[in-house]
Design a protein around this ligand. Structure first.
Ligand SMILES: CC(C)(COP(=O)(O)OP(=O)(O)OC[C@H]1O[C@@H](n2cnc3c(N)ncnc32)[C@H](O)[C@@H]1OP(=O)(O)O)[C@@H](O)C(=O)NCCC(=O)NCCS
Length: 152
């Protein structure tokens, strides 16, 4: 399996994977336009020329970045692809000299195993909520905020 930066020809796979999980309420939906605008922030996991996993890294402020749109194709879950994607996002965060990485998630155990710890959502910066305006759960967000200290 190869993890690499996304390119334009990956956008359809990215869109489909996000949409599939968005229908189940597991991910926030993204439009093609949002994927194009943020393409440089996406990583894809590729196996046999097929995109089997995706994620993106959003910089929120000087000290904080967020893992977004993490998804592994249903046929490939439980094979270490999700973890490999997050480990690569952690490396990128470190390379950018950003000290903390956050995730808003239902996958508490998955992120705990990688070293993230629960934090109070109310302590997160306003900027964190800029995409929430598009979320159907805006006023009843039941996701858990999990934080990893990437750099001391
Ligand atoms: C969550 C998701 C990305 C995990 O990816 P994955 O490739 O299946 O996970 P991995 O195989 O890398 O798992 C890494 C570890 O986490 C554990 N884990 C993964 N999903 C888990 C879950 N739902 N509950 C408990 N543990 C889980 C694995 O058992 C594994 O543990 P190990 O290191 O002790 O063997 C994937 O299931 C997915 O795409 N889910 C739907 C979309 C979603 O919920 N995205 C997260 C949004 S923040």
């Amino acid at each position: 399996m190869l993890i690499r930066k996304a390119v334009m020809s990956d956008t359809e796979s990215i869109y489909k994977l996000i949409s599939e999980y968005a229908k189940e309420g597991k991910l926030l939906a993204r439009t093609y336009s949002s994927i194009y605008e943020n393409l440089q922030s996406f990583l894809v996991a590729v196996l046999n020329n097929e995109v089997v996993g995706i994620t993106s890294l959003t910089i929120l402020d000087q000290n904080l970045a967020e893992v977004r749109s993490l998804a592994v194709s249903p046929a490939y879950v439980g094979k270490g692809i999700g973890k490999a994607l997050v480990l690569q996002i952690i490396k990128e965060t470190e390379n950018l000299e950003i000290t903390k990485l956050i995730s808003l998630t239902y996958q508490i155990e998955f992120f705990s195993k990688i070293g993230f710890n629960r934090v109070d959502k109310n302590e997160l910066p306003q900027k964190m909520w800029k995409d929430c305006i598009n979320c159907p759960k805006l006023h009843s967000c039941d996701e858990t905020a999990m934080l990893l200290n990437v750099l001391p």
